[in-house]
Design a protein around this ligand. Structure first.
Ligand code: TYD
Length: 342
């Protein structure tokens, strides 16, 4: 199959490309990526010598660019991993989130409809369901997003639903849990903290670190997307989750222990997300499992390997965190005093 992965120079997209090329020797994999702050060519450097891999720069909001790649590379399936994904950034400024996560998805749906592409998989998130103290969200649970980021993802998901109902556009939506592993832009809990701790810099725990996230290794998340592509039914939604609920402060302790660092590097700060900080995410993923998918990476092993990966791949993340853009975000989000103090 000829597959286009939009956002393929990002975290989940690049890991998905690796999985597709390894697991499906008959597949051709094309990437369209805008190379925003979170997409880097260094993330896909290892793929560029593969003759079944092609890279194109462009935005999903640019329908003409998407059309060109679909035509030139004879694409038979499109997987949309392109998104603005960081809650903290969306709390500062939501415009880019709406442009990519809503208008970009609209453009993709229009192009897929017009060009009769046989399959579109839209990669979404558990955050569209909001937070729950007990139980687990199913694909039928109501959408109650709490941040501009999660609201923009929910809007994209609803557009997918509407295109299937209105035009029978062959779209499948996946909703993944909190994902960890190699090549994650160093702004999320695990990638941010691992990279800072390596440099002996303090890490900011929001509030008391009591929030619960359900973690899945990026390889398992990618294989879930792949299963949804090959076995999922159009118009359906599939949760992609592993049963790994962890309190943030437990993750922090694992990071410290693995990197041989002490508690003095942990700094609890007043919760910058305030009311928008979801307390707990949890999803039931029986629907996808009934298609034969199951996560394979044990959490302790996967997290240990991921932390080691950041320790051993400083040549990947040091140029990223040295960029003025990255430094400016830290200062702007955590405040000038806190930014320097951190
Ligand atoms: P994050 O990795 O941003 O993912 P999400 O908000 O999508 O779940 O955050 C995971 C959890 O870690 C969340 O409860 C917020 C918390 N957190 C911190 O305590 N400090 C940080 O610097 C970051 C980035 C997150």
């Amino acid at each position: 199959m000829n597959i286009l992965v939009t956002g393929g120079a990002g975290f989940i997209g690049s890991n998905l490309c690796r999985l597709l090329l390894e697991e499906h020797p008959e597949d051709q994999v094309s990437v369209l990526d805008a190379l925003t702050y979170a997409g880097n060519l260094s993330t896909i450097e290892d793929l560029e010598t593969n003759e079944r891999f092609r890279f194109h720069q462009g935005r999903i909001e640019d329908g003409a660019a998407v059309r060109r790649v679909l035509k030139d590379d004879h694409i038979e399936a499109l997987i949309n991993c392109a998104a603005e994904t960081h809650n903290d950034r969306s709390l500062l400024e939501a415009g880019d989130f709406l442009a990519t996560n809503v208008m970009g998805v609209y453009e993709l749906l229009e192009v897929v409809r017009e060009m009769k592409i046989p399959k579109l998989v839209h990669v979404s998130t558990d955050e569209v369901y909001g937070s729950t103290a007990t139980g687990a969200f199913t694909e039928e649970s109501p959408l109650k997003p709490n941040t501009p980021y999660s609201a923009s993802k929910a809007a994209g998901d609803l557009l997918c639903r509407a295109y299937f109902v209105s035009y029978e556009t062959p779209v499948v939506v996946t909703r993944g849990g909190n994902t960890y592993g190699p090549y994650q832009y160093p702004e999320k809990l695990i990638s941010f903290f691992a990279t800072r701790l390596v440099e002996d810099k303090k890490v900011p725990v929001y509030g008391e670190g009591e929030q619960v996230r359900e973690w899945i290794h990026v390889r398992d998340h990618a294989s879930g997307i792949d299963a949804a592509l090959r076995k999922g039914e159009s118009g359906q939604i599939y949760n992609v989750s592993d049963k790994n609920e962890r309190v943030n402060k437990e993750i922090v302790q694992i990071l410290l222990a693995r990197l041989g660092k002490g508690d003095e590097l942990v700094k609890k700060i007043p919760d910058p997300r305030k009311g928008a900080h979801d307390m707990r995410y949890s999803m039931a993923s029986e629907k996808l499992r009934s298609l034969g998918w199951a996560p394979q990476v044990p959490f302790e092993e996967g997290l240990g390997d991921a932390i080691d990966w950041y320790a051993h791949h400083q040549n990947w993340w040091r140029p990223i965190v040295a960029k003025p853009e990255f430094q400016a975000f830290i200062k702007r989000f955590y405040g000038p005093g806190l930014g320097e103090d951190l």
